[in-house]
Design a protein around this ligand. Structure first.
Ligand code: HEC
Ligand code: HEC
Length: 239
């Protein structure tokens, strides 16, 4: 019995050793969680970014694997890695605020509120931001969930506007092939896309390279923005 236990423990130590040298430790104390995942075997290694995504509560607002965001919050699965890192940083530091949400606060404030203490201390490290972005950018994007009542002629009109306004120059055909470091738009939530385009047009979003987009959207009216947002929400990146 006793020797049995020793063998089991030795075997475990080996498994754990492998897991940690493979970079799965993420600096965590080897607690029961680490033991369990090591026992689950090689087949399902947990990305350190996946753990950080849960621990930093990103999951509460952006949903499982960044595919089930609540309200008008964005999906993150399959987004460009550099873009994810930049935006997370800009939101945390307050460089990206955006227009007002339904509560009359800046759109990014719920996220900042959960990652920055009232005293202004940032609760997420650069390493965690990088790990989470690596994890999210490697996931399949969410399946598009456009509103059920979209009219085919409106989707077509949105597609035409996207072409006419030369959005493709930077975001690629159908928002599927952006320039490096630029965001994918295909399959993103329509309400989120709508808000962002309005914020960009009204110069409420000022961070990063967004200024390069200003001249392309400045003449767009709300109903045209809605057509484009609805169209993009139907484009399936997984195909
Ligand atoms: C309390 C809710 C909440 C939490 C928690 C949260 N976010 Fe967000 N996140 C938001 C909202 C709201 C926005 C949209 C802001 C806007 O409209 O400008 C956003 C936007 C983003 C964006 C920009 C996406 C894009 O397409 O431009 C990234 C990246 C992001 N969040 C990453 C994260 C990560 C990583 C975490 C965890 C470390 C996290 N968020 C936690 C609410 C949240
Ligand atoms: C000259 C390049 C350029 C053109 C043309 C352009 N954009 Fe952008 N767009 C950007 C950049 C760069 C960003 C991200 C800015 C940043 O780094 O914060 C962006 C961001 C966006 C976002 C926000 C995405 C998110 O996840 O938050 C939307 C929506 C968008 N663009 C839609 C459009 C549409 C629709 C058009 C055509 C009317 C267009 N863009 C034309 C460069 C461009």
């Amino acid at each position: 019995m006793n020797s049995m236990r020793i063998i089991t423990r030795a075997a475990l130590a080996v498994v754990l050793g492998v897991a940690f040298s493979a970079g799965l430790g993420g600096g965590a104390v080897p607690g029961t969680g680490a033991v369990k995942s090591a026992q689950a075997g090689e087949k399902k290694k947990k990305h350190p970014g996946k753990r950080a995504y849960r621990r930093m509560t990103c999951i509460a607002c952006h949903g499982k694997d960044g595919k089930r965001a609540i309200q008008d919050y964005p999906y993150l699965a399959g987004q460009d890695k550099k873009y994810l890192i930049k935006q997370t940083r800009d939101i945390v530091t307050g460089k990206r605020k955006g227009g007002k949400n339904a509560q009359g606060k800046d759109r990014a404030s719920p996220m900042r509120g959960s990652l920055v203490t009232p005293e202004g201390k940032v609760r997420i490290s650069d390493e965690q931001i990088e790990q989470i972005a690596d994890y999210l950018s490697g996931l399949e994007p969410a399946k598009p969930k456009p509103a059920a009542d979209l009219k085919p002629e409106d989707i077509e009109a949105g597609k035409k506007l996207y072409k006419k306004k030369r959005c493709k120059t930077c975001h690629g055909k159908g928002g599927k092939k952006p320039l490096k470091g630029y965001p994918y738009l295909a399959g993103q939530k329509a309400a989120y896309l709508f808000n962002q385009m309005v914020d960009v047009r009204d110069k409420k979003r000022k961070n990063g390279k967004i200024k390069t987009m200003y001249s392309f959207v400045k003449k767009l009216k709300d109903d045209e923005i809605k057509l484009i947002a609805d169209y993009l929400s139907t484009v399936d990146r997984t195909k």
